[in-house]
Design a protein around this ligand. Sequence first.
Ligand code: IDP
Ligand code: MG
Length: 140
Amino acid sequence: MERSLILIKPDGVQRSLIGTIISRLEKQGLKLIAIKMLKLDKSLAQQHYAPHKDKPFFSSLVTYVISAPIVAAIFEGEGAVELIRKAAGETDPAKAAAETIRSDFGLDIEKNTIHGSDSTETARMEIRLFFSDDEIFNYH
Ligand code: IDP
Ligand code: MG
């Protein structure tokens, strides 16, 4: 079954949006199979955002994502990657469609509340980065 990694970024954790965001994704019919709170260290943040390492916003992005705890979670379900990207909305909250997480809660193009894997291949890599096998659950 398809899986996707989400991160509730520091701005989401700091504004008590964890429950709301998890609930929105559960209501999409997605199944939560792993979840934890952690404070990223610089090295993990740089690895997670490695595809953006040459962008002008990279160092600011890394500083922001390590500034407070985040919540990492894995959701499973048919089309999980696409469903979560849709529920999150466009990167820039100002451009995100109505009733998306970023439109409703995002502060700006950097502090946009949620990360969601952008493909099944990226999801596999990101899940490996954040979770070991014994932290991922199988249940009916
Ligand atoms: P995505 O999260 O919608 O996939 P990406 O382009 O992969 O967006 O960028 C990763 C993250 O980097 C964004 O979620 C956001 O936090 C940050 N970011 C993207 N573009 C900018 C920018 O132009 N300025 C500052 N931060 C940005
Ligand atoms: Mg991305």
